[in-house]
Write a protein that binds this ligand. Structure first.
Ligand code: MG
Length: 259
């Protein structure tokens, strides 16, 4: 009996390769947990940003308007789930996440660009940390700049508003209080890939939050992953995605300039 057990154990550690030779097998890595890619310190310093409520940055003449100032529809957007329609409400230029209806993406796809997005966290404060006023804007559908109500609400540093989510914290916390409007001005250079799909150069991103620099030509390490490490995935142009993270975050005045 003992001999049988020992024989079984040895077979687990050895398998045959294509040439019929014994190949050593190593243990799989331990399963990743979300907390393993989160760090809390140092917390970004809080700065009081300008009031952007009335400082409307109207789209330049060469911009593609993705959500107009007087919009009453989401014509530029589709549900990320191809079997669903966009259920987010749009009224007088303000588009509101309908929780649990799905994230939305632009019909158009983009490479390098300048993007202007305005967002406002719900005035009814619900939840804490990542559960408060959470949404996000994804470059090329893969790389998230976090949207979060970080006004009097701490969370892990690399998950704060304006972080490259789970990668790089914002330089400072420039959040407006819930109900006030925040602006993101994003300058994005897409990653480049060689013909064989390997990485030629990382993506780069600069972000101003309410006019305050929070990402300064930051290198994007790879895809945004909730669990695990960023991955390098070859791709071409991609959409802008706005995240449904179950909080009724509002958006307005979204436009993009292709570079
Ligand atoms: Mg998010």
């Amino acid at each position: 009996m003992k001999r049988q057990v020992l024989c079984g154990m040895l077979c687990i550690g050895i398998c045959m390769n294509a040439q019929g030779q014994e190949e050593k097998k190593y243990p799989d890595p331990a399963p990743m947990q979300p907390e393993m890619s989160e760090f809390w310190t140092p917390q970004p310093k809080i700065v009081v940003p300008p009031d952007m409520d009335q400082a409307i940055v109207t789209p330049p003449s060469d911009a593609i308007v993705l959500l107009g100032l007087e919009a009453d529809n989401a014509d530029e957007w589709v549900n990320c789930d191809p079997n669903k329609t966009v259920e987010w409400g749009v009224e007088k230029g303000i588009m509101t996440v309908k929780p649990n209806s799905g994230s939305i993406r632009t019909k158009r796809e983009f490479g390098d660009f300048q993007l202007h997005v305005e967002w406002s966290a719900p005035t009814e404060i619900v939840g804490e940390s990542q559960g408060r006023g959470n949404s996000g804007v994804f470059m090329q559908g893969l790389y998230e700049v976090q949207i979060l109500d970080n006004y009097g609400n701490e969370t892990y540093a690399n998950g704060q508003a304006g972080s490259i989510y789970k990668q790089t914290p914002p330089l400072v916390n420039a959040c407006q209080k819930p109900g006030k409007w925040n602006t993101y001005d994003i300058i994005y250079t897409a990653p480049r890939f060689k013909e064989d799909g390997s990485l030629q150069s990382h993506g780069r991103i600069t972000v101003l939050h309410n006019g305050v620099l929070i990402q300064n030509n930051t290198m994007i390490l790879g895809t945004t992953e909730f669990i695990g490490f960023p991955r390098i995935v070859a791709h071409g142009k991609g959409p802008i995605i706005l995240q449904d993270h179950l909080n009724p975050v509002r958006f307005r005045n979204i436009w993009i300039r292709e570079l």
